[in-house]
Design a protein around this ligand. Sequence first.
Ligand code: CP
Length: 334
Amino acid sequence: MDFFNDLADFSTAEIRELITLACRLDEKPEPRALDGKVLSLLFLSPSLRTLVSFQSAMVRMGGGTFVVSPDMSIHGLESRSGIVMDGVAAEHIHEAVPVIASYGDAIGIRAFARRENLDDDLADREFRELIALADTPYINMESAINHPCQSLADWKTMDDLGLPANGGKFVQSWTWHPQPMPLAVPAATVQMAAMRGMDVTVLRPEGFELPDTIMDKARQAAAMSGGSVTETDDRADAMKDGQVIYVNSWSSARHYANKRAEDKFKLELRDWCVDEPWFENAASDCRFMHCLPVRRGVTVTDRILDGSRSVVVAEARNRMLVQMAVLHQMLSSS
Ligand code: CP
């Protein structure tokens, strides 16, 4: 495997193979599988889970990592092309990325959406520019429009729970958040659930529709898998018989890059905070999923997060296991 950027690059059989390998590595560890291998980790955006799960994954298979992020005492990084560097930044990514990549056998890169231009973010322009500078296999650790490691972990989490693929009802809901949030996780999640063959309902208030490019791609995946993708602002209708509610916050495409306009637009939407009444006509054991980090009392109530519906910690642990599988396929010589 030369890259891991988008679940859509893989067949369902290949995804299932990765998940089978993740389960095998959990049950029968291979502490020498990546002996001597090094994974470079470039974090241009913050993280908890992605950072430590990749480090742990490599160590568990005998390899190692190093981390570079702007918060460390590195030279200030410039990413704009054609710029005269007479400001604070002393180093350009055009040199920094190939240098960092040259110290490892593969590179993971995280670069959140800049949220300056919707079309640029939908095209994943910055991430594509970054990986074009690296001459090694690469892993998308969350870009403007994708988070494939999270989605692979979420797919495995639903398998672990025995949640049906074909015919399973998956509700992907927007929730209120004080900040304009990226489209990466919602885009990756709707794609994952559609590829898994689930009947996906995107629940969101008017004005928070996911962009057509995201929905069209997911609908194409659903057409191949036998699933479906619909959207609504009717919470009771969306939640009816739901087996999973996957919660996330994302920016309004109508007010993209305009926080003040979005803040005003969502003033009345603070009740989009998941609580037990949401589950009134859902399946009795409907699960609550979230990629984390999550804001308690804002996105979801304590009683849901701390209750039996929540599988957020299992999702996070699965990050490490599926990434072990990806790294094994990418770097192991066996
Ligand atoms: N879910 C996820 O990617 O978590 P971090 O942002 O903490 O890495």
